[in-house]
Design a protein around this ligand. Structure first.
Ligand code: PMP
Length: 400
């Protein structure tokens, strides 16, 4: 009965790793995947995460019962504090509802489906380009996806004018997806002043901001700085949605731990919204997993562990920033044609190199370097040892 089923294409991002795994070359380099690697090229489990896991194991009173539909309540409260700030008026006024979800992706999906059921506008505007999963997640959630201009290939920076024009002509009330920081794949974020103009425009058009926060603390090394865009929208008293992920900033990728928060006008509305979120979640996966959320709660509730986390987080962010400088310097040293300053200007895990798909294919074939065909490279996958190989490959690809 399944003989008619056609083979689906590999996921464009995860497919890079599939191709990489098949390559026997000893010098192969995977810059496709968005996961942190140490200077030795190894995945990293944070010390503070190990410590939290040890605590969980030692606690004989812990059981593995189901969590409530909304997840671990303490985790939800701590996650809201982390993203909105401990003194956020929305939290103090109980206007925020937070539900634990399956990492960032699950949070986006649950938020999208809630909007499809209960919000009067079903169009969501997402940046062009954006994380490849966004359009699929929102379409399947029941929203219709449109794009606003974001990136200008000529400057390798923000197309701010285009962004303002497109959001300015998007319908009143439309949902607008914003990357809270470290825009993926471009690494290009608005400045604080530009954020303020975006906020004013969105509020004046009564549009609904939906923030995707996959990199809090990972971009600048500072948890508060990376939440600033969101906090400015909450400070004005209006509504917004936030999808939070602990994949990158706590290195909890496979634990699938994240949260969806919806900031409402009143505590009463927030309570009703939460009751409806439960109706979205229950038939989807009943309730979220307990382990990752327990790790996060253990770290966020304890001052010492929290401080240790911020130190480890900053070390990851700093290593990535240092890779940017090393790559930039290596290209300059080779006299590679072109202005590569965007490598040090962009922030977060990725550099949008500006290499085209032919150049990428060349680098994969001749240098065994793997990345998405849009020329996005994960700086977290680089090390001092591999920078020269990458710089050689880019140099050869550009000089062709
Ligand atoms: N949004 C963005 C912009 C991302 O880059 C990612 C991870 N690549 C996610 C959401 C979701 O990640 P996860 O579901 O692993 O938290």
């Amino acid at each position: 009965v399944f003989s008619h089923v056609a083979r689906a294409p590999e996921d464009p991002i995860l497919g890079v790793t599939v191709a990489f795994n098949k390559d026997p070359s000893p010098v192969k380099l995977n810059l496709g995947v968005g996961a942190y690697r140490t200077e030795e090229g190894k995945p990293l489990v944070l010390n503070v995460v190990r410590q939290a896991e040890q605590q969980l194991i030692n606690d004989r009173a812990r059981v593995k019962e189901y969590l409530p539909i909304v997840g671990l309540v303490e985790f939800n409260k701590l996650s809201a504090k982390l993203i909105f700030g401990a003194d956020s008026p929305a939290i103090l006024e109980n206007r925020v509802t937070t539900v634990q979800c399956l990492s960032g992706t699950g949070s986006l999906r649950v938020g999208g489906e809630f909007l499809a059921r209960h919000y009067h506008q079903h169009t969501i505007y997402i940046p062009k380009p954006t994380w490849g999963n966004h359009p699929k997640v929102f379409t399947l959630a029941g929203l219709s996806v449109k794009y606003y201009r974001y990136y200008d290939p000529a400057t390798r920076g923000l197309d701010f004018q285009g962004l303002l024009e497109d959001l300015g002509s998007a319908p009143l009330g439309a949902v607008v997806l914003l990357h809270a920081c470290a825009h993926n794949p471009t690494g290009v974020d608005p400045t604080i002043q530009q954020w303020e103009q975006i906020r004013q425009l969105i509020r004046s058009r009564r549009q609904l901001p939906f923030f995707d926060s996959a990199y809090q603390g990972f971009a600048s090394g500072n948890l508060d700085a990376d939440a600033q865009s969101i906090r400015s929208f909450v400070a004005d008293g209006g509504e917004c949605l936030v999808a939070q992920s602990y994949a990158k900033n706590m290195g909890l990728y496979g634990e699938r731990v994240g949260a969806l928060s919806i900031v409402c006008r009143t505590a009463d509305v927030a309570g009703r919204v939460e009751s409806q979120l439960k109706l979205v979640i229950r038939p989807m996966y009943s309730n979220p997993p307990i382990h990752g959320a327990s790790i996060v709660a253990a770290i966020l509730r304890d001052r010492e562990m929290y401080n240790e986390w911020t130190i480890e987080l900053k070390a990851m962010a700093d290593r990535i920033i240092s890779m940017r400088h090393q790559l930039f310097d290596a290209l300059r040293a080779r006299g590679t044609p072109g202005d590569w300053s965007h490598i040090i200007k962009q922030i977060g895990m990725f550099t949008f190199t500006g290499l085209n798909s032919q150049q990428v294919a060349f680098m994969t074939k001749e240098y065994h370097i793997y990345m998405t065909s849009d020329g996005r490279i994960s700086m977290a996958g680089l090390s001092s040892k591999t920078v020269p190989h990458l710089a050689d490959a880019i140099h050869a690809a550009v000089a062709r």
